[in-house]
Design a protein around this ligand. Structure first.
Ligand code: NDP
Length: 500
């Protein structure tokens, strides 16, 4: 049985070297009811220095450096068990702080636990390369060494899941870490850090400093002992992180924004496609980097297919995150909700027609929350800001195309390249489109799909680096060659006639 969610408002300090370090409180109001639900500590450079110092000491300790990868796998398996036992409580925290329906927060936890188990399996099969034929008596072992002390910076939309797409792979690689979660959604990260120690991780291996990006994130990125930063967030802040890491030449992995399209051809299974377009656009209130925020539909079926999507969008239930009937919860805060509405108005100014939503819901019980109706805007041209900008809310634009070439040009016609979906029953077309789409992930006849085994990341302004799966583990390592000679090598300075 999961322990109950701590009573509101819950109060936390930073999590450093296994202990609690308090700081001035940062209040989090839940976005659905507007009540104070949590107080976290506002982190400073001093807190970051203390956390990085703890992680560096833990990394240097023989107890961690010498621990075999199979023992790290056991720690991760124990963590997975504890996460399963606490999944309901952790999901309730994320649901409340993000504003997302509880059942979806539970799904996030299940996927995150899958990552922990997969990382454990990868740790058990850690291997390198051996070069045995390069020259007589010359053998080279190539190994993957832990990157060292790593910084992990996460956004607010999937707090536990995005942490669990990074942390277990860092541990599998043998790193120690400092996490800076979003200032809006830090509770589950702090609770997971405590579970790491309950699982047996030595104190200092996992540390958390809460607070704002400017006060706690920036000093983490620029700290000289940090050897790799794994960042997930907006493209704007991703650029700042890359600039800030330039002086110390710290390696960074950037998982940034997206503007995915669902490209629907007339030969597709249109019922399944309409269901998926609506799920892809509106799941997690559209606050998802892989949200299928653009529908590109074959002009031959444009009106009929758009009508199917609009009726499904209008049938979604917007409601309280803890109400099991809710499909869509609240957006992260009122300022963000107002930004989403402004983006819809800009779309209308640019010729778009609102076919569903386009405003906050009227229901009086939702009046205090940052809610917004699932919105469909048709007749959206390629130059419209609704087509180009990541709105990160429940807004789907509709654009028609006349040919495969036009569909490809439209799909690739934004600065982003995270994910794309194609709907067709024509195999040749599916392959042709999947080759041409600029994205780290292409879905054919599916959307928002995945598995912990698959490495995920973007191209173009969606960033670089991969997380999850084998590629995700590699990000937390450095490649080292160890070269052996059976007979010591004769110095090239020595002349052939010279005696040793
Ligand atoms: P932000 O980029 O605003 O913030 C992300 C994290 O970075 C937060 O913890 C933030 O702190 C921190 N941060 C802010 N400024 C700095 C800085 N100067 N130095 C270091 N850290 C800093 O993103 P959001 O939290 O608003 O999340 C939404 C964005 O995340 C969207 O663009 C979305 O597409 C993207 N995202 C990408 C995913 C992917 O895998 N590609 C997955 C999920 C989301 P704080 O906010 O607490 O001040």
């Amino acid at each position: 049985m999961s322990a109950p969610k701590p009573p509101d408002p819950r109060t936390y300090g930073h999590h450093i070297a296994g202990g609690r370090v308090d700081g001035p409180p940062l209040e989090r109001r839940d976005p659905a009811r507007g009540e104070v639900v949590a107080r976290y500590a506002a982190g400073t450079t001093d807190d970051v220095n203390a956390a990085v110092g703890a992680a560096a000491a833990a990394f240097a300790a023989a107890s961690w450096r010498r621990i075999p990868a199979t023992a790290r796998a056991e720690l991760l398996e124990k963590l997975a068990e504890l996460l399963e036992r606490n999944a309901d409580r952790l999901a309730a925290l994320d649901s409340e702080e993000v504003g997302k329906p509880l059942r979806f927060a539970r799904g996030d936890l299940a996927l995150g636990i899958g990552h922990v188990r997969h990382a454990a399996a990868l740790a058990r099969t850690t291997k390198g390369d051996a070069y045995t034929g390069l020259a007589p008596g010359y053998t080279v072992l190539a190994t993957r060494e832990p990157a060292g002390v790593v910084g992990i910076i996460t956004p607010w939309n999937f707090p536990a899941l995005i942490l669990l797409q990074k942390l277990p792979y860092a541990i599998a690689a043998g790193c120690t870490l400092v996490v800076k979660p979003s200032e809006f959604t830090s509770s589950s990260t702090l609770e997971i850090a405590a579970l790491c120690e309950e699982a047996g991780f030595p104190p200092g291996v996992v540390n958390v400093v809460t607070g704002t990006g400017a006060a706690a994130g920036h000093p983490l990125v620029t700290h000289p002992l940090i050897s790799y930063v794994s960042f997930t967030g907006s493209t704007r802040v991703g650029r700042e992180v890359m600039r800030a890491s330039a002086d110390s030449l710290t390696r960074v992995g950037l998982e940034l924004g997206g503007k995915a399209a669902n490209v629907v051809f007339a030969d597709a299974d249109l019922d399944a496609a309409a269901d998926a377009v609506v799920f892809g656009a509106f799941a997690n209130q559209g606050e998802s980097c892989v949200a299928g925020a653009r529908l590109l539909v074959d002009a031959a079926i444009g009106d009929e297919f758009t009508a199917a999507v609009v009726s499904r969008a209008a049938a979604l239930s917007v409601g309280m995150p803890d109400d099991p009937r809710s499909d869509i919860g609240a957006l992260i805060h009122h300022g963000h909700r107002d930004g989403v509405h402004a983006a819809v108005l800009a779309g209308v100014e640019n010729g778009g027609k609102v076919l569903a939503g386009g405003r906050p819901p009227h229901a009086p019980e939702l009046a205090a929350g940052a809610f917004y109706e699932p919105t469909v805007i048709a007749s959206v041209g390629r130059e419209s800001p609704v087509f180009q900008r990541e709105i990160f809310g429940p807004v789907l634009s509709v654009t028609t195309f006349g040919s495969e070439e036009e569909a490809l040009a439209l799909a690739n016609g934004t600065a982003y390249g995270l994910a794309q979906s194609v709907w067709t029953t024509d195999l040749d077309r599916a392959f042709e489109m999947s080759r041409g789409l600029e994205a780290g992930t292409v879905w054919v006849n599916t959307t928002s799909d995945g598995s912990p085994a698959l490495s995920f990341g973007g191209v173009k302004q969606s960033g670089f680096g991969r997380e999850g799966g084998e590629e995700g583990l590699r990000e937390f390592t450095e490649y080292k060659t160890v070269q052996f000679r059976g007979e010591p090598r004769v110095s090239p300075f020595r002349r052939p006639d010279e005696k040793p």
